[in-house]
Design a protein. Structure first.
Length: 592
């Protein structure tokens, strides 16, 4: 779902005096711009020219839409690739450089620049593996000296190379075999736990390379510390929703966000990332260290509840705030408390419009699961926060849908988020027409259709202005709509087939949004006869809000020459807005 942000490129040089006299050159290429760099094996060219005559790219005639738009793909060789795009007497030249994803193997007695790992300061528990890697010439002897240990790094066999996550959008998400020539790795188990009374700084590892009788050494850039199990630091989350991940970079998957005030023992560190005792990693910028604090371990006895207008709040009184995890099922909601032990003998939960029964169990030492069995499949959102040491879980009730034939959405709050805006232009079509503009047009048309049906519509923007992703999320959390829809149009990564990929797609993250995403996908495909791009689980800023079912709609491909004509047709935009409003109305009826 790449959004390329590029200016329109017109003719770089003209080969005719007639063309020079033209006030506005008619050949345009929107993507890529010259000097574009990519690691993809191919690149597509999005642009337009008058329908008369042919367009040639490096002498090859290309297919165009009725209006003259084009988006053909061409293979790339490693290094520089020069493309000439010609229409009649106009010519445009674009350079695209394909960069290699393979590490560059040094030719002499040296390590490849930036290849020594760990590259950042790390901290580990005693006896935990500490691994090192380097890229060096083949047939070399490579080792690492760390304090009093010497670790031999061995040449590595071939291994699978995973594609980018974006490859799932092109259908080419299969691993390939990567040569590991020049890659050396090795591990050590650190220090025996009984020898650790306080944290031990082992300093920077010294890498040694021997080749043809010559030796060179180089210090690693990351220092290594062994933590004392008796003196582990305790971190407290200071962000409103601390981002927990499966690993120590933003490349790793997200876990349930940690409410502000959550406390956990730090069992490892990598650069600015902290590993917490229940297995998640969090950026240290979202935490503070509590000097002298002991490892947080909570006790819980009973659980309370209270009904609010439109929601039920469940109260979990704890002795200290601990990490939590959430899992949604078809008709259940499961909350897991980590580092917690139950002393529970009694829980009161009266008849509730949302919850049929609450079950709990101590599934492991220090881990309790609470399962809310729900009366209906559709869930309408939740919020998590700490009030002192009491965890508060708010489960939203279904909106009241009134029996009103003329205004079937009467009383229903719906949030519409016109994607991009201001400096964030989104994708560009063959003419240079920007996604942010069509997003706003269709969102306003949809708003009008929903208002006709009685809905209370909230917009994250109504003009061409900058609204950050965080601001959009904050509006959703503050407004607490029944549903939140982010309106977008699509584009592809460089490896995609822009000329032929088309259709509507839906993107969801929380299970509570899945039914809405599938319903709207099926409805639009059938009602409008549009191609189906697919339904995707996707970790996007506008699918992550948990307070309401949140879906991001990709209503067509700006990059497809033929679909672009449908996207920009005012009459088709009105039909689309009406179909969207009808689909939303039918979905609310289906989940009563």
């Amino acid at each position: 779902m790449k959004k390329f942000l590029v200016p329109v490129i017109s003719s770089c040089f003209i080969t005719s005096s007639v063309a020079l006299a033209q006030a506005t050159p008619s050949l345009k290429v929107v993507y890529p711009r010259t000097n574009h760099q990519t690691s993809a094996e191919k690149i597509f060219f999005i642009g337009t020219a008058p329908p008369n005559g042919q367009v040639f790219i490096n002498g090859t005639p290309i297919t165009r839409s009725r209006s003259g738009h084009f988006a053909p793909s061409f293979p790339l060789k490693l290094g520089e690739n020069i493309f000439q795009i010609r229409h009649q007497n106009q010519v445009l030249q674009i350079k695209v450089t394909r960069i290699s994803t393979q590490p560059e193997i040094p030719q002499g007695l040296a390590f490849a620049p930036g290849s020594l790992t760990p590259a950042a300061d790390i901290a580990r528990l005693p006896e935990e593996l500490i691994c090192f890697s380097a890229v060096a010439p083949p047939n070399a002897s490579v080792s690492v000296k760390l304090a009093s240990q010497t670790v031999v790094l061995s040449p590595q066999p071939q291994q699978a190379q995973l594609p980018s996550n974006l490859a799932a959008l092109t259908g080419r998400n299969q691993p390939t075999t990567q040569s590991n020539v020049g890659k050396y790795q090795g591990c050590t188990s650190g220090v025996v736990a009984s020898e650790i009374k306080k944290a031990v700084d082992l300093g920077q590892p010294e890498f040694q390379l021997t080749l043809n009788g010559q030796t060179v050494t180089q210090l690693g850039t990351g220092k290594i510390t062994i933590l004392s199990p008796a003196q582990l630091p305790v971190a407290e989350v200071t962000a409103d929703a601390g981002v927990a991940r499966t690993g120590p970079t933003t490349d790793y998957s997200r876990l349930t966000p940690l409410p502000k005030g959550t406390r956990a023992t730090v069992t490892g560190r990598e650069g600015e990332w902290l590993r917490l005792d229940y297995g998640a990693w969090i950026n240290s910028k979202e935490t503070r260290t509590l000097p002298g604090a002991i490892p947080p371990r909570a006790i819980i006895r009973s659980v309370g509840s209270r009904k609010l207008p439109g929601a039920t709040e469940m109260l979990f009184p704890l002795t200290t705030p601990v990490p939590v995890s959430v899992q949604q099922g078809n008709q259940n909601f499961t909350l897991t408390l980590h580092n917690t032990t139950a002393q529970t003998d009694i829980i009161r939960l009266d008849d509730n419009p949302l919850i049929s029964r609450l079950d709990w169990q101590q599934v492991a030492p220090g881990q309790i699961q609470y399962t809310f069995n729900l009366k209906k499949n559709q869930q309408w959102g939740y919020k998590l926060r700490y009030d002192g040491t009491t965890l508060v879980l708010g489960l939203r009730h279904a909106p009241v849908i009134k029996a009103n034939r003329q205004k079937p959405l009467s009383g229903i709050k719906i949030l519409l988020d016109p994607g991009h805006g201001g400096k964030e232009s989104g994708a560009a079509g063959p003419t240079g027409y920007l996604e942010k503009d069509v997003n706003l047009i269709v969102s306003k048309l949809l708003r009008d259709e929903l208002v006709k049906r009685g809905a209370n519509v909230v917009m994250t923007r109504e003009t061409d202005k900058d609204v950050s992703l965080a601001e959009r999320q904050a509006i959703i959390n503050q407004q607490e709509p029944a549903i939140a829809l982010s309106i977008h149009y699509n584009a592809l990564p460089d490896n995609g087939d822009a000329e032929n990929t088309k259709g509507v797609g839906m993107f969801w993250y929380h299970p509570q949004a899945h039914n809405l995403a599938v319903f709207m996908q099926n409805y639009l495909v059938k009602k409008l006869g549009r191609p189906s791009y697919g339904v995707f689980w996707n970790n996007l800023a506008l699918t992550r809000p948990a307070v309401a079912p949140s879906v991001l709609l990709e209503l067509g491909f700006m990059s497809n020459p033929n679909e672009f004509e449908w996207i920009t047709n005012p009459q088709e935009q009105k039909k689309l807005a009406k179909a969207l409003a009808e689909g939303i109305t039918e979905w609310f009826r289906s989940v009563r």
